[in-house]
Design a protein around this ligand. Structure first.
Ligand code: ADP
Ligand code: MG
Length: 255
């Protein structure tokens, strides 16, 4: 199992959209995938149409009782894709865990009890909180969505520093899985300039595949399904399929 934290402390950059559609694209390619919703806002859970009264046990519960992991991973409408939902109460875990032993290692303990899969995605909240730290301690790689807009790289150095600290102290195998440029607009020169800047700064860590700005990607969650089910031919779906192929290729090369 390869565990990937989808993280960026900025909100609205495409973390959840990427987690949902990349997980779906990998499942559609025959891989077994689990998506763990680790944002108290529960957008990934909503994006799969999981009603609030069907979110127990949730990612919150796993932090306190890893044995609940198997039960928490529920089937989704995508064959081969399981989801661990999130509840608003997850926000309180921050306070409840602080000062407890191994507060940042709770998620790592829990994911070992999840049903076997090839990929586990953790959809992180928009902060560098104890929740995100738990995800970084549990992960093999961090996927960083960056919105192709003027302030794309603002805050990135703080995220990279946090990754460095986790690698030094708690999780030496933590890697940067890749940086994915999101909401790219071909008709906007600034969008291309920003993409070029990010590539110049981060080099090979940036995926070739860029996710275009595509209204289908933003409509799909209101129908409770990934864009790949809502409209498999839209540019957004095609981009996430291409990104999945790029990831599978990179993983095969590394092995
Ligand atoms: P985050 O999880 O980082 O907060 P989201 O994935 O929820 O970001 O995206 C923020 C908003 O932008 C959502 O309304 C989402 O539907 C929309 N969105 C994300 N990616 C795209 C895209 N490529 N094209 C159009 N809208 C997008
Ligand atoms: Mg989100």
């Amino acid at each position: 199992m390869r565990t990937i934290a989808v993280a960026n402390q900025k909100g609205g950059v495409g973390k959840t959209t990427t987690a949902i559609n990349l997980a779906t694209a990998l499942a559609a390619s025959g891989h077994r995938v689990t998506l763990l919703d680790f944002d108290p806002q529960g957008n990934a859970s909503t994006g799969f149409g999981i009603p609030r009264d069907r979110r127990n046990p949730s990612s919150y519960d796993l932090l306190f009782d890893p044995e609940l992991a198997a039960e928490a991973a529920q089937e989704t409408l995508v064959p081969g894709l399981f989801l661990v939902p999130a509840v608003e109460g997850l926000a309180a875990a921050e306070i409840e865990l602080s000062g407890q032993p191994n507060a940042a290692g709770r998620l790592k303990a829990a994911i070992q009890k999840l049903p076997a899969c090839d990929w586990l995605f953790i959809d992180c909240p928009p902060s560098l909180s104890l929740l995100t730290l738990n995800a970084l301690v549990a992960a093999d790689g961090v996927m960083i969505p960056l919105q192709t807009e003027f302030y794309a790289m603002e805050g990135l150095s703080q995220l990279l520093k946090t990754i460095e600290q986790v690698r030094a102290r708690q999780n030496p195998r933590l890697d940067i899985e890749g940086v994915v440029l999101t909401m790219h607009d071909r008709r906007n020169r600034l969008s291309d300039l920003v993409a070029a800047d990010v590539r110049a700064a981060l080099g090979a860590r940036v995926y070739e595949t860029m996710i275009p700005r595509n209204v289908r990607l933003s409509e799909a969650p209101s129908h409770g399904m990934p864009a790949l089910l809502y409209d498999i031919r839209c540019p957004g779906s095609e981009a996430y399929m291409a990104l999945a192929r790029e990831m599978i290729g990179a993983a095969a090369k590394a092995a």
